[in-house]
Ligand binder design. Structure first.
Ligand SMILES: *Cc1c(COP(=O)(O)O)cnc(C)c1O
Length: 462
């Protein structure tokens, strides 16, 4: 063991535990078959270590739980809203905040305000709900991330960067007036939790100023991105994560946030911006879809927990332990020879399913099949991030065939121990040793949109 595995020891201790049910392999085989080989359809109580997502399943601190008792459950003008709004302005720089029930609520409102039919929205790789809301509002998503992001073996330190030449090419093709905004995610989820550099974001800011285009920030994982900038980008080693987070946000015009990730709460989100006209429109729309503009689908107590969560999420000790645990698991897997996306991302490890299951063609969903096999082995629940998640082209009806066919092992914040990480690594190793016996899958039920959530599968030839 290298000394670096001990640089991230947890800056907290455990005060309450949640006992877990242990299952047998036969029970797990039955459970995954009943779930149609879709890990989203498993019952949580049948799962031992749940690495499905880092969304809404983190552990709140005792301070946050204490904050829950300070809920001002007024319909309008709750004290917790103002505390949340002031915290967002102070930590993230945005002047105006509209709460939403979660990130996609903010995406819906922003897309409706900014997009006209026939527009194009460039982004550093798509995210499922983000792209769908852009499409529902009449736009087409255009991927402008650097090529390295699509190569699981590239060790580029900032695989979330935008290729400005791709933006210029898009403008030449469709005209700048067809591009209402650019949507930039920090620590790009679909690229494997990979950061964008401050210098790239600064160049993008200049590009947007030149072309009079808005820059929108999907800030779901902004703290993890800031940590990587501190570790990797010249000139940032002595800055705090809090300072870097503020600097990142201040380069953008508006933000959508899923507070269920970096901000350490179980539910919530917001739309934030500096433009009073956009704010006015957002206030009028939020009452239609979410709730009044001072609660937008959140209880007062949830807004209080979020305000506290934001302050905890940018503490250097917290974020280095959080990303350190992900790196611990990733490094163990690499030592075992498991092919994973590199560099190791901020919130998850991504297994390269095409490399692990070369005998399964992509239209038989190798990542989906690998996810099911991992559940059967040790009760670890993970998620497909490949052709099933990518969905179908709305014009041709064909499957999008992403270059990356991945299985995501996502770590909830402050929830599992190092022993749990060892169980996971050893299970992946065992499944890989038996990979030749894993069969591909076919759809038995395919929903129209966001199909990965509720699709059913069966093994091919049997
Ligand atoms: C989770 C997520 C969203 C959507 O947020 P929800 O709270 O799940 O609606 C948007 N963008 C990214 C990058 C996410 O990870």
């Amino acid at each position: 063991m290298t000394t670096s595995t001990r640089t991230w020891a947890e800056p907290y201790k455990i005060k309450m535990v949640e006992p877990l049910k242990m299952t047998t392999e036969d029970e797990r085989r039955a459970a995954i078959a009943e779930a149609g080989y879709n890990t989203f359809l498993l019952k949580s109580e049948d799962v031992y270590i749940d690495l499905l997502t880092d969304s809404g399943c983190g552990a709140m601190s005792d301070r946050q739980w204490a904050g829950m008792m300070l809920g001002d459950e007024a319909y309008a003008g709750s004290a917790n809203f103002y505390r949340m709004r002031d915290t967002i302005e102070s930590y993230y720089s945005y002047k105006y905040t509209v709460p939403t029930h979660q990130g996609r609520g903010a995406e819906n409102i922003l897309s409706q305000i900014l997009i006209s039919d026939g527009d194009y929205v460039p982004g550093n790789m798509y995210f499922t709900t983000t792209r769908l809301h852009q499409e529902l509002a009449g736009a087409s998503f255009v991927d402008v991330i650097i090529d390295e992001a699509h190569d699981p073996a590239s060790t580029h330190p900032f695989k979330g960067n935008v290729d400005l030449a791709k933006l210029d090419a898009l403008v030449a093709e469709v005209g700048a007036e067809k591009i209402p905004y650019i949507c930039i995610a920090t620590c790009v989820n679909m690229a494997g939790g990979q950061p964008i550099s401050m210098s790239n974001l600064r160049a993008l800011r200049a590009w947007c100023d030149r072309t009079d285009t808005l820059l929108v920030h999907d800030m779901t994982r902004v703290a993890e991105n800031a940590y990587f900038i501190q570790q990797r980008e010249e000139g940032y080693a002595d800055k705090t994560v809090r300072e870097i987070v503020h600097e990142l946000c201040a380069l953008t015009d508006a933000a959508t946030m899923s507070s269920k990730k970096d901000a350490l709460v179980n539910i919530g989100g917001f739309l934030a911006m500096n433009d009073p006209d956009i704010y006015e429109k957002a206030c009028n729309l939020v009452v239609v879809y979410e709730g009044l503009h001072t609660y937008g689908g959140m209880a007062g107590r949830d807004m209080e927990a979020l305000a506290i969560g934001i302050t905890e999420s940018v503490q250097d000790d917290h974020i280095s332990a959080r990303v350190g645990q992900v790196e611990y698991l990733g490094n163990r897997l690499m030592e075992m020879g498991v092919p994973i996306v590199q560099p190791i991302g901020g919130h998850a490890i991504y297994l390269d399913a095409k490399a692990i299951l070369p005998h399964i063609p992509q239209d038989q969903f190798p990542a989906q099949a690998l996810a099911a096999a991992l559940y059967i082995d040790a009760g670890v629940r993970v998620m497909e991030r490949g052709v099933v998640s990518a969905g179908r082209d709305k014009d041709t009806g064909e499957n999008f065939m992403p270059k990356l066919e991945l299985v995501r092992l996502t770590l909830p914040r402050r929830v599992y121990t190092q022993a749990h990480m060892d169980v996971v690594a050893e299970s992946v190793q065992r499944v890989m040793q038996g990979a030749a016996d894993i069969r591909g899958l076919k759809f038995t039920y395919e929903p129209d949109c966001l199909r990965f959530f509720r699709a059913h599968f069966a093994p091919v030839d049997g």
